[in-house]
Design a binder for this molecule. Structure first.
Ligand SMILES: [Zn+2]
Ligand SMILES: [Zn+2]
Length: 137
């Protein structure tokens, strides 16, 4: 029996790396920690989690960076897209950046984590003026 319906596809911005993630164990979280922030260049990062054997790279392999002693972050060495996160304390699991999915809408985060690190202006974003495209259009 195929579990293709539970298989998520994604990859980096330049197309060098493509992955297939089966049977996500968690729809994940929006992480506000300072480490994710610096590694991504974004104010927060959405992650979902799969068992390590359920993530397959169909094309390319991420380069890796140890952002703290137990943490290895994977990213595309060509375009820099952050892709994966592994923590030594949870060796059976790997987190994948939700925004690299072909359909990120399919995996909405279920909670915020590391709000102790959250940028204060992240708490009031809904009150900012909003433009469908760029400013002034
Ligand atoms: Zn790339
Ligand atoms: Zn984080």
């Amino acid at each position: 029996m195929s579990d293709e319906s539970e298989t998520l596809h994604g990859g980096c911005q330049c197309g060098n790396i493509r992955y297939r993630a089966r049977r996500p164990v968690s729809s994940g979280a929006l992480c506000h920690c300072i480490s994710c922030r610096r590694a991504s260049g974004a104010p927060a990062v959405a992650w979902f989690t799969v068992k390590i054997g359920d993530l397959e790279f169909e094309q390319g392999q991420p380069d890796e960076f140890r952002s703290s002693p137990p943490v290895i972050r994977g990213f595309c060495g060509r375009c820099g897209t952050p892709l994966t996160y592994r923590h030594g304390q949870f060796p059976g699991y790997i987190d994948v950046t939700t925004a690299t999915l072909e359909d990120p809408e399919a995996m909405p985060p279920s909670d915020h984590i590391w709000t102790s690190h959250r940028l204060r202006w992240m708490e009031s974003l809904d009150r900012l003026p909003a433009h469908p495209k760029t400013r002034g259009t």
